[in-house]
Structures are given as C-alpha cells and as structure tokens.
Design a binder for this molecule. Structure first.
Ligand code: ASP
Length: 330
C-alpha cells in the first residue's frame, strides 16, 4: 500500500505565534496588523493520497482569484465523485445494512458553517452542507431531513453503492464473521481539506462515508464542527481523519486550533491533540487518528497516532505527499 512506506519524522518544535491577522496593504503586501508578518500566499493541505487530485481542483479556483470557501468545496467534490474511492461519497463502503451513509461539513473564514450527517443517495454532501450554511438558519441537517432538503434544492437522487462495494458487502455478510472490520490504519480515509486564498482567508471542508460496515445510523466526527473540522480565520484551521469516536471525545480539530492560538506550531498542535487521544482511550489497538493543520502564516503540519498517515500539500510550486509524524509504529 502506498501509505505504508513511512519514516518517522521528528516533530517540528518551532512555535507558531498566534495572531490576529487582517488585510493591510503596505507597499502592496498583506501584513498582519499585530505582528507585522506577511500573510501566507495561497496554500492547500488535505488528507491522504486522494488529496492530490482534490488540491489540484481547489487550486484551479484559487488561481482564478476564487475564495477559499469555493476552493475547499470544489476540491472535495472531486473526491466525493471519484467512484474508485472507497471511503468518500460515490463508491464509498456501506454500513452494516448495505447503505452508503455520508457525513460532511464546511466552514468559512467568518465562523459560518454547515453540515450533513447520515445522508444517503446524494453524490456531493459537501455542497448540501454549504447550502445549509448559506440558505438556512441551521448548521446541521441529518438523515431523511437532509436528503429532502437536498432534493428540494435541486440535488439529484443517486445510488452510491456500486457493483464492487455491493459485492464486498455481500461477501462480508455471507462470511458469518463475528469480527467485523474495525477502523484502523487500513480502512479509513476521510478527506479533510484546508485552503488559504489570495486575501489570506482560510476555509475548510471534510467529507466521508465513514467507518466501513458501521451500525446503521452511526455518525462519526466528520460532520461535527470542532471535531472533524474547525476554522478560526485569525489563527488557522484543522481537520481530522481516523476513528471518529476518539476524535469527538476530545473535540479534536477545535483542540488543534486552540493549541495553535496558544502559540504552538501546526505540527506541535497536532501532536498534542494526538497525545490527548492517547490519554483518553484505554485500548489503543488499531486506534488510528490523524490531524492536519494550517495556520495564518501558511505554516502547516500533521500528526497521527500510528504510522501510515500522509497528506497532500499544494502551493504555487508543487503538489506533493508528505508523511505525517506519528506516535507509534503500526
Ligand atoms: N473519521 C471518519 C469517521 O469516523 C473515518 C475516516 O477518517 O475515514 O467516520
């Protein structure tokens, strides 16, 4: 597997300074008003290998001077519509009853956020989440209500279980196996994507079909603002992937952003959040969680419980995979 080839990276210890940054055109350069450092040029960071394609799509938006919000939505839509991907949107693995149920959320630079959970038969849940954010007074819609809302807004009903995933589910069900697959470093791959645009604004998106063969009705961290995703435009953003139950317990992404506010670098903030995951779970066997983070200066980082987590970084010079630092060898 591509993700298995890793080296342990040491945590970058440099403290990032928490800032209250805003646009201030001095000799044509954007500066933070408080610490007077230049705000980052456009940058995108996203989870796993599928992040490369999502980053490219998001970059097209940023390149045309589009907003970070448009970029993150367009970026992860690519992953949701990629039939070959087994963990997000179309082609995602189903729950124990053979239904593909989706969780997603989106957050902009003004604390606006939208979310869908337990949504079925809609190919691009992230765009439904954005519609909820922009066209309703709510943050989250769930299940049938989210589906009805999507249909009303013109989204099309679609079967998301494809022949390959149907077959895999049928095989599993007929195997009589008492031990159903667990989330571990092999079978989870939410896409979380964070972007900074030309104005220095940060937005984020997170979308998944969740834990393969989960109980019908299970919702993970990915649609929960503060767990799967959090953005505070003064500081930065963070996304999570891995065992959602463990991420929810520590409000993972919000924790990472708050740690950056306290002065930790993105890498160190992710590491400290992972340490909190480790502390809050007695049984760590196969319990994989990874965080990515991006701050206002454009500094980025990631950290995971086990080896095996990587992320895609796009800026004007390249789009490349980086192996995350981690706590334990898988
Ligand atoms: N975080 C997701 C969930 O718990 C799983 C994943 O990262 O694929 O639903």
């Amino acid at each position: 597997m591509k993700r298995r080839n890793f080296i342990k990276l040491s945590a970058m210890g440099t403290a990032a300074v928490a800032v209250s940054a805003c646009e201030n055109s001095l000799i044509g350069q954007k500066q933070s008003t408080i610490l007077n450092f230049p705000i980052s040029s456009p940058k995108i960071i996203s989870t796993w290998n599928h992040g490369l394609a999502a980053n490219n799509k998001a970059w097209e938006v940023l390149n045309k001077n589009g907003s970070a919000l448009d970029a993150v939505e367009q970026g992860v839509r690519t992953t949701e519509s990629d039939e070959s991907n087994r963990s997000v949107g179309l082609g995602g693995l189903p729950d124990a009853t053979g239904k593909v149920t989706l969780d997603a959320c989106i957050m902009d630079h003004k604390f606006n956020c939208g979310s869908v959970s337990f949504l079925q038969n809609i190919e691009n849940p992230i765009s439904v989440a954005r519609k909820i954010m922009e066209e309703t007074p709510h943050v989250m819609l769930s299940g049938k209500g989210a589906y009805n809302f999507a249909i009303e807004k013109g989204f099309k009903h679609k079967e998301l279980l494809i022949p390959e995933t149907k077959l895999a589910w049928e095989k599993l069900m007929s195997s009589n196996s008492q031990k159903k697959p667990q989330i571990n470093s092999e079978n989870h791959d939410t896409i979380g994507l964070l972007a900074i645009d030309n104005k220095g604004n940060i937005s984020g998106a997170c979308t998944t079909s969740g834990w393969a063969y989960k109980l019908h009705g299970r919702v993970g961290d990915s649609p929960i603002i503060g767990a799967g995703l959090y953005v505070d435009n003064e500081i930065g953003g963070a996304c999570a992937t891995g065992l959602g139950e463990a991420v929810i317990k520590i409000c993972g992404s919000h924790t990472v952003v708050e740690l950056m506010r306290q002065g930790h670098s993105p890498n160190n903030a992710c590491k400290l959040a992972v340490e909190r995951i480790i502390k809050s779970n007695e049984n760590l066997e196969g319990l994989q969680v990874g965080f990515i983070a991006l701050n206002k200066k454009g500094e980025y980082g990631a950290y995971s419980v086990y080896s095996g987590f990587n992320y895609a970084l796009k800026d004007e010079s390249s789009n490349k995979m980086i192996d995350a630092a981690y706590e334990m060898e898988w």
